[in-house]
Design a protein around this ligand. Structure first.
Ligand SMILES: Cc1cc2nc3c(=O)[nH]c(=O)nc-3n(C[C@H](O)[C@H](O)[C@H](O)COP(=O)(O)O)c2cc1C
Length: 350
């Protein structure tokens, strides 16, 4: 038996557009650096398929580079979402996941380059938007069930959002709403590429990769102003990246960031952050990860929030990286069998 109440809420199906998901557990996007020259191979396909066949309702792939690489994006083992070889590789990944009844979205990203976005010319901005559009079209073409646009963690789109990294004086800079223009153009272009029914997730965060206390917005009112143009541009689902799901977004309410976004927009949301981990106070997860016990820590709180419909999905990162059978163990109450997340888990692609 598990040490928390019924897990039923986790296993309720969900529909978004034409897409039917069998449960509320999503694999969080995690860069694995196992795609030489940007091409995902058989090992990557087996890794995602293993999680799909072990009950993950929706997989979001690791971040994949759009065809507009920049200095910090020059990482040769991070997969591309362009070019024949990479797309053939993704096609095999998608087929493998579908064969076992799973669903999979591609996370498309650009990591940004220059610390700020002030030097991009209008021409470069147009090229960047087109590269996102092409990436979305590619993802649909190879059979992905949706896309997640990465607009969090201080990468390119987030650099446009944040006032510290965007002091442009043209239409891409200015107040909070003005700074959403680039993201809105990217979302609208992706929407054009994939049509009205194909789900588009937008992943956003207050925190930045090198600034964990950063904030884009200070109040729910500001959050609403920030989100409105993004919804209007065509985002269907919001994925609010926080590091601990139980932390409130604003004073005076228990709601976390995904809870507030759902309340303010009415859109489905995904929560994330230390699900199933204990002592998971990560500082620099891209470099090393942090060791953490595989425990059903705060699972009761998580399920209660889901039952209250604070959010619709739960993304699980490190716990699922370490343990492909995590979902079944949670469902069956076999929590003592959960594998701990360790740094070594990052070295293999199982
Ligand atoms: C090894 C590793 C790689 C990650 N790579 C990405 C990524 O490519 N894109 C992204 O949006 N988040 C990335 N993240 C963040 C995760 O999606 C997730 O938000 C974070 O791990 C917190 O969830 P967890 O506590 O369940 O691990 C990564 C995290 C880890 C541990």
């Amino acid at each position: 038996m598990n040490n928390f109440q019924s897990v039923e809420a986790l296993f309720k199906p969900f529909e978004i557009g034409n897409l039917k998901l069998s449960n509320r557990i999503m694999m969080a996007p995690m860069t694995r650096n196992f795609s030489p020259n940007g091409v995902p191979g058989e090992d990557v396909a087996a890794y995602y398929r293993r999680r799909a066949e072990n009950g993950v309702g929706l997989i979001v792939t690791e971040g994949t580079f759009i065809n507009h690489r920049d200095v910090v994006s020059d990482q040769e083992n991070v997969p591309h979402i362009y070019g024949e070889d990479a797309l053939n590789g993704w096609s095999r990944v998608v087929d493998g996941v579908h064969e076992v009844g799973g669903k999979i979205f591609s996370q498309i990203w650009h990591m940004g380059a220059r610390g700020n976005v002030n030097d991009y010319s209008k021409q470069e901005i147009t090229e960047l938007v087109e590269a996102f559009e092409q990436a979305a079209a590619n993802a649909k073409k190879v059979g992905f069930d949706g896309i997640e646009i990465m607009a969090a963690h201080g990468f390119l789109i987030d650099q446009f959002f944040w006032k510290k990294t965007n002091t442009r004086t043209d239409e891409y800079g200015g107040d909070l709403v003005d700074r959403t223009r680039f993201a809105s153009e990217v979302i609208a272009a992706c929407r054009r590429a994939v049509g009205p029914e194909f789900p588009i997730v937008l992943r956003i965060s207050q925190w930045k990769y090198d600034a964990y206390t950063a904030k884009l917005v200070e109040t729910p009112e500001q959050l609403k102003r920030f989100l409105t143009p993004l919804v209007d541009a065509g985002a269907d689902i919001f994925h609010a990246s926080i590091r601990r799901f139980w932390e409130p977004a604003f004073e005076g309410s228990e709601l976390n960031l995904s809870g507030w976004i759902k309340k303010l927009t009415g859109k489905p949301t995904i929560t994330v952050g230390s699900v199933g981990l204990e002592g998971a106070d990560f500082v620099d997860f891209f470099a090393t990860g942090e060791e953490a016990n595989g425990k059903a820590n705060k699972m009761g709180d998580l399920i209660e929030r889901l039952e209250r419909e604070e959010f619709d999905f739960i993304a699980v990162g490190r716990a699922l990286l370490a343990d492909p059978d995590w979902v079944n163990k949670i469902r069956d109450g076999r929590t003592e069998e959960l594998l701990p997340f360790t740094r070594e888990a990052l070295n293999t692609l199982y």
